[in-house]
Ligand binder design. Structure first.
Ligand code: G1P
Length: 271
């Protein structure tokens, strides 16, 4: 069973400047609710019991958001506002599930994953990238079902415009398992148009095997000098480890860019 999830949160959020110059992007409200809470709710609904946050010293405000008990208790003592009591109970529920680890230098997603090694207990775990919101369908929940059926690693996938392939991890399709699931042959981090094996991109939901940690220990930095999870996955695939691409059915929102962040608010307000 997949009971643990990890969420890399140490990124600087430069695409959302100036909003992120003092404020962590994951706490920015999307229709009145911090982005990170959408991700946590997706996890809870998918049956996740423990979440490891990878933060940095610069993003300790995220920890404070969940550890502000004194503040809530004082307010609740003074005025027994049912709305505040309910919000505090929600925060407490999240807090119980979250563990924190630190990645103080932005060395890439692969490096972020490695930081969680001591906490991961089961053979497989889930990773969610908080910039990628998927609404109208719980992508994690569906991916866990796919994982259970094939006993394999899974990544969320989406068709993208050929012109934008260098923004994503792009994979080569292998055997079709059924309507929405394919075996992945190769995956390349942010290829040029001429090197991209398809228009199929990896989106920020991954079910990864615990074994990935041993790969990551020896993983050399790739594009932009960062250690990419995509490169570790590629070397796994080359060693005959099965990875499935799951074409999710929800709506994808890139809330890590200004344009996407604004669109996310509008789309979620319509729900
Ligand atoms: C990361 C991954 C990339 C993936 C993307 C999905 O890139 O490295 O393979 O396609 O997330 O959002 P980033 O958004 O951190 O540049």
């Amino acid at each position: 069973m997949i009971k643990q999830a990890i969420i890399p949160l140490a990124g600087l959020g430069t695409r959302l400047l100036p909003l992120t110059s003092v404020f962590p992007k994951e706490l920015l409200p999307i229709n009145g609710k911090p982005g990170i809470e959408y991700i946590l709710d997706e996890c809870i609904e998918a049956g996740i019991k423990e979440v490891v946050f990878i933060i940095s010293k610069k993003k300790e405000m995220i920890k404070r958001y969940f550890y502000n008990d004194k503040f809530y208790k004082n307010i609740i003592k003074k005025k027994k506002d049912p709305r505040i009591i309910k919000e505090y109970q929600k925060i407490l529920k999240y807090k119980k599930m979250i563990k924190f680890v630190y990645q103080n230098k932005p060395l890439g997603t692969g490096d972020a994953v490695l930081r969680t090694k001591k906490y991961i207990k089961n053979k497989f775990f889930l990773m969610l990238l908080p910039d990628d919101l998927i609404i109208k369908n719980n992508c994690s929940k569906t991916m866990i079902k796919v994982h259970q059926k094939y006993n394999s690693s899974v990544m969320a996938s989406m068709h993208v415009n050929r012109k934008s392939v260098s923004r994503w991890g792009i994979y080569k399709l292998g055997k079709k398992l059924n309507k929405n699931n394919y075996v992945i042959k190769d995956v390349i981090e942010k290829p040029s148009i001429s090197k991209a094996p398809s228009n199929k991109a990896v989106i920020g939901r991954y079910i990864l095997p615990k074994k990935i940690f041993s790969k990551l220990l020896n993983q050399k930095p790739g594009k932009g000098g960062e250690v990419h999870i995509t490169d570790a996955i590629q070397s796994f695939i080359q060693n005959d480890e099965k990875f499935i691409a799951h074409n999710f059915t929800g709506k994808y929102l890139d809330c890590g860019s200004m344009d996407g962040y604004i669109k996310s608010t509008l789309e979620i307000a319509k729900l």
